[in-house]
Design a protein around this ligand. Structure first.
Ligand code: NAP
Length: 340
């Protein structure tokens, strides 16, 4: 990487269907200098998230990214120049910056990460950060799992889902995960301790759920929406909680899809279905970090990272989340990690 050049992925077109590389333009400019109150961050890691697809559209929960602007992304980086006393040179920072080598910011929304040698920087995406907070708060605040209840989670071998299932086991639930390959199903049962797994690409999900959830479903952690949500709705118990964290099966849709045909089960089962957005929980991050860190150090939580080398890979790598070829938290390595 030439340190005088700032490479950037700019949004070139609103994606239609799956993201294409031509929806972005790879541009270069000189590395900018920070003004008073600003810092220059060299981005080290870029988190690729399914919601990046939503951000590139014009109906996101964030303000739309204008065509021609540098794409937004969650990053971890190092402060290389500082005109802001709150962020001294050398600080490692995490926050919402951009798909580029260097970002200028006044530090709004950035967190300085602690220097803990036993915690790799990538853990701040794989275990903590928006992934860990989503799994922790969406499951515990909305799903409210109780010992002995049945928890079902979709995209169960992914970044969020794999943590959700493990937290469910910590809370004493019977946990069934739904994932898209035999390898993923083996990982979540044999390595992570889920009670059972369903390969939704090979099995008829409703039949398998009926077999594996003999007492019905008390908590459903939804990462995918669509047909899997409909199958789960058939088996919910009275007072079930359905946590709507994500709907990845819908993000590439080019036209609105009909909703589940059996939503009326929410009435007969007096069930709760509630959406979750991690941005609402940032102020409570430390609660989650403390528990997640403790469980990790006790060997009760595992995570895996899918690291792709090179900023130039970002648009094509994003599709790994949609074809299921990512194995764990998908991260782009942009530049040298001083801690590794
Ligand atoms: P991830 O699970 O690591 O990766 C996405 C996974 O989704 C893929 O590996 C794939 O696994 C599965 N998938 C893709 N298309 C699918 C389809 N049509 N049907 C079923 N499964 C499909 O990603 P993540 O970052 O942890 O995100 C998981 C979900 O949580 C996403 O919906 C995301 O938007 C959501 N999320 C929400 C928040 C929030 O604040 N609400 C925060 C973070 C994440 P398979 O091989 O199993 O198909």
């Amino acid at each position: 990487m030439n340190s005088s050049i700032n490479r950037q992925w700019r949004l070139a077109a609103r994606p239609v269907g799956a993201v294409k590389e031509t929806d972005f333009e790879f541009t270069q400019e000189s590395v900018p200098s920070p003004s008073q109150g600003e810092i220059l961050v060299r981005n080290i890691y870029l988190s690729l998230d399914p919601t990046n697809r939503n951000w590139a559209s014009d109906n996101s929960y964030l303000s739309p990214i204008s065509i021609g602007d540098v794409m937004l992304g969650a990053t971890i980086g190092i402060v290389e120049q500082s005109n802001n006393d709150a962020f001294p040179k050398g600080s490692i920072v995490q926050g919402l910056l951009q798909w580029q080598d260097y970002s200028i910011t006044d530090g709004s929304g950035l967190t300085i990460l602690p220097n803990i040698p036993s915690i790799p920087l990538t853990a701040h995406f794989g275990l903590f950060g928006h992934i860990g907070l989503s799994a922790y708060f969406a499951l515990l605040d909305i799903g409210k799992p109780n010992k002995g209840e049945t928890l079902v989670v979709s995209a169960a071998a992914g970044a969020v889902g794999s943590l959700v299932g493990q937290i469910g086991k910590i809370k004493g639930c019977h946990v069934v995960g739904i994932a898209g390959s035999d390898e993923k199903c083996r990982w979540i049962t044999d390595e992570l301790g889920f009670d059972a797994a369903i390969n939704y690409k090979e099995e008829y999900v409703l039949d398998s759920l009926t077999k594996l959830c003999p007492d019905g479903i008390d908590v459903y952690f939804d990462n995918v929406g669509g047909e899997i949500l409909e199958a789960v709705l058939n088996l919910i118990n009275i007072n079930a909680r359905l946590v709507i964290c994500g709907m990845i099966s819908q993000y590439n849709n080019t036209k609105p899809q009909p909703g589940p045909s059996n939503l009326s089960n929410l009435i007969s089962k007096r069930a709760l279905m509630e959406g979750f957005l991690v941005l609402d929980y940032m102020q409570r991050a430390n609660e989650a970090i403390q528990d997640l860190g403790k469980w990790y150090s006790e060997g009760k939580l595992q995570y895996r990272i899918d690291l792709v080398d090179g900023l130039e890979q970002a648009p094509s790598a994003l599709n790994k989340l949609f074809d299921g070829s990512n194995k764990g938290k998908l991260i782009i390595k942009i530049s040298d990690d001083p801690s590794s």
